[in-house]
Write a protein that binds this ligand. Sequence first.
Ligand code: NAP
Length: 470
Amino acid sequence: MEKTRTDAFPITMDSLERKETICIFGTGDFGRSLGFKMLQCGYSIVFGSRTPRMSSLLPNGADVLSYSEAAQKSDIIIITVHREHYNFLTELTEVLHGKILVDVSNNRKVNQYPESNAEYLAQLVPGAHVVKAFNTISAWALQSGALDASRQVFVCGNDRKAKQRVMDIVRGLGLTPLDKGSLMAASEIENYPLQLFPMWRFPFYLSAALCIFFFLYCVIRDVIYPYVNKNEDSTFRLAISIPNRVFPITALTLLALVYLPGVIAAILQLYRGTKYRRFPDWLDHWMLCRKQLGLMALGFACLHVLYALVIPIRFYVRWRIRNLTVTQAILKKEDPFSTSSAWLSDSYVALGILGFFLFVLLGITSLPSVSNTVNWREFRFIQSKLGYLTLILCTAHTLVYGGKRFLSPSILRWYLPAAYILALIIPCTVLVIKFILIMPCIDKTLTRIRQGWERNSKHSKSALNAKSDI
Ligand code: NAP
């Protein structure tokens, strides 16, 4: 923290309502930033340090004492020291007895130590009440008054009163405390800042892989094939035509992949005859990433809409229309109006619009601020029933796009079918399996399994025998 930072926001303590005194162990980056923020919010601060002398880096208005002297000034002590240096605290066990110790520490790696830092601190100072908090807030976020980063502070601890007091301080700083329960939750809280979009990794890599695959596939069919066979230069297609094929195909495939794990899970439950056996880890992880997969799919669908909107102003499209008109004028030829083609074209567009509308609705309802306002049943209705309707509409949009082209010989180039046919494989598979699963005879068994019935359990067999006796 720079000196200018402190000078830029002089703290006028007299104008603030003075709150309790808080002790901060350590005058490093985090200790100074937290002290500065607390002083701003009206707390009195006393720092504990190995070298207790006032420095220009420390916020004005704070005291600096030795660790043991500082500890005596407050019953709440925030330990802004790295775990590796906690040893000095054992010498202070007597003075720290009965005090609230707030552990803010993070590690360099996930699960670096067998126990969490907070639990380790509780073992070192058994007479103190250890509370884990503030570790997900950065020194930078505390310094920047605007707090652009997350305002949530995860708090956990075994002593209810101690935890409550820390949560009050969190609120006093304008932050939002989130009670995560006992100190057992500390490992999880300590792992949060070490994770980099854990739920987005799989959807991101999958989307990238699908995009690259379909892009190369389309390049072979739409650029290399015409060049080899007709010596035609179609490289201009790389800018709009091919992306406008790749994006909707990726969107539809990802949307189907949101619902595929659900049907796989249902098949597994039917096969095992119980819901009490764990799904394989890959299926568990896939199910947890469904929201992110859906949002990625929505992103690609939005790109498709944007690309589709610019089609009329493309040079190639304008040139083709102009050329066709001139050719027909010269030949004095007119195309008869085809009602079936008009129907196909309008249905294709209508299905696309409706599918996209529901897609956006699904995306909006997955936002926490919106999903918090609906109950579990409403959320399931939207995400499951409307989700399947979206999948049906988007699949139908692609099927109608194929329309008469499915029967055309040009559908195969070097034995490769058009890309949109590949895009239909997973959605159609999901919809067919789902259709089978909702048939009354299968749905009834599945519902019973999900309500706790087990095919091979003694209870279910004796219940069955009792039924047959009657
Ligand atoms: P830092 O700048 O290195 O400060 C650590 C402080 O610990 C030192 O300034 C020192 O203060 C004290 N200390 C006590 N015994 C020590 C020893 N044997 N060797 C070295 N220092 C000793 O680290 P920091 O960035 O402030 O982080 C402090 C804690 O906050 C860490 O546990 C970190 O995981 C956590 N944290 C940091 C951030 C962040 O953004 N920086 C965010 C969340 C959590 P004295 O010289 O005054 O004794």
